[in-house]
Ligand binder design. Structure first.
Ligand code: FES
Ligand SMILES: [Fe+2]
Length: 392
């Protein structure tokens, strides 16, 4: 019996209906069934170095405060138990005096979320403040990456959702790195468009000229050797056009293909030679280990047609202390690829509104787009997750 041993599809498949990228009911459904169920990336641990440091992460119309406390990293809905005012007006900052004070009537909470002060409440009024803590949100940290989960009872642990494995970037020691450069923009496209673009290289030769010359297999519209039929029977498997990896004389995803940060000391020869090692966590982030830096990309859906896109470039202390560090060579290369992808993502979204376009097609190289669409659909079919802290 013939067992298929390559990734690509053997037939043309239907893509998701165009309405899935446009319709606000569908968007709400995906928030409730996908984004509120799964662990969502919020920050790198170095974003919150001090106790009291916070940031606010937003998905749809939900805002989540992530704060460093004495007990670790805590998460709360950005809402006051009095009359529901947002507690944090800013998206990043520091809670002074070890407390979170509502800007409206000054109800005050400890960093652990307990209601500790209600100004000028008549002493004769009976009230149990311990029954009104902030609405807490589960948080977990993987490799220095802080995630939150809005479900009352998160279904799986964070590492279980990392693909291909939670240990694949272990030798990069991501938790010990610092953010050397941040980029954030709002793209005019649905969040799924960004994933679908990321999950295929059919667009690479036409859209990413420089990247495809650094990574020759991309010129052939393939992401990895096993995409092709008979990949194991080639006698030229060491050629990077077939094996994947970097082209001759290039080592990292930088403007000139050379290392600009210090090589991460714990990488194996294989990890170094690969030039790029990917991990992803649906639906909010992917992370790439290069020999001298780490790139972390994440998304937050705001509406059916708007998604916040962020990228961090993480470097080791040794790299940051290099007198001749050429950070621009690292960052500018990534920004170019981001611009190229952003352009086609927004074009894709624009075209989906055309009245006759009801549903697109997937070619064999787009097997992982199909996997992704099936994953989203399976989550939607399971239904909304319970996020109601008041239900008993
Ligand atoms: S709404 Fe927060 S103190 Fe009144
Ligand atoms: Fe791309």
């Amino acid at each position: 019996m013939d067992t298929k041993n390559f990734n690509n599809l053997e037939t043309i498949e239907l893509s998701s209906p165009a309405s899935f990228y446009l319709d606000s009911d569908r968007f709400d459904q995906e928030l409730q069934c996908v984004w509120f169920r799964n662990w969502i990336f919020a920050a790198h641990i170095s974003d919150l170095p001090e106790i009291g440091d916070f940031l606010v992460s937003r998905i749809g119309d939900q805002e989540i405060i992530i704060v460093r406390t004495e007990s670790g990293i805590r998460g709360y809905f950005n809402t006051c138990r009095h009359r529901g005012s947002a507690l944090c007006a800013e998206s990043v900052g520091h809670f002074h005096s070890g407390s979170i004070r509502c800007p409206y009537h000054h109800w005050t909470y400890s960093l652990e979320g307990e209601l500790v002060q209600i100004p000028r409440l008549d002493e004769t009024v009976s009230f149990s403040s311990s029954s009104y803590p902030l609405y807490s949100v589960a948080t977990q940290v993987w490799e220095g990456c802080i995630f939150f989960n809005l479900a009352v009872e998160p279904l799986e642990s964070l590492p279980a959702g990392v693909q291909p494995t939670a240990s694949i970037l272990r030798n990069w020691n991501v938790a010990s790195l610092s953010v050397a450069h941040r980029f954030e923009t709002t793209l005019d496209c649905n969040w799924k468009i960004i994933w679908e673009n990321f999950l295929e290289c059919y667009h690479c030769p036409g859209v990413h000229r420089e990247l495809s010359s650094l990574v020759p297999i991309y010129q052939r519209t393939f992401m990895e050797p096993k995409d092709e039929r008979d990949w194991d029977k080639r006698d030229d498997r060491s050629d990077p056009r077939f094996s994947g990896g970097m082209s001759e004389g290039n080592f990292s995803w930088t403007i000139d293909g050379q290392l600009h940060g210090e090589r991460f000391p714990d990488l194996t020869e294989e990890e170094f030679d690969a030039g790029y090692v990917y991990a992803q966590h649906l639906p909010s982030m992917f992370i790439v280990g290069h020999p001298d830096y780490v790139r972390l990309v994440w998304f937050r859906p705001l509406s059916p047609t708007k998604t916040v896109f962020s990228c961090y470039w993480l470097l080791s202390q040794a790299s940051l202390e290099k007198a001749d560090l050429d950070l621009a060579s690292i960052v500018d290369f990534g920004l170019k690829v981001i611009e190229e992808d952003a352009r086609v993502c927004e074009l894709n979204q624009r075209g989906l509104s055309s009245l006759p376009h009801l549903q697109g097609l997937l070619v064999p190289q787009e097997y992982d787009v199909l996997n992704f669409q099936k994953w989203v659909e399976s989550q939607v079919q399971v239904g909304a997750v319970n996020v109601n802290r008041n239900s008993r």
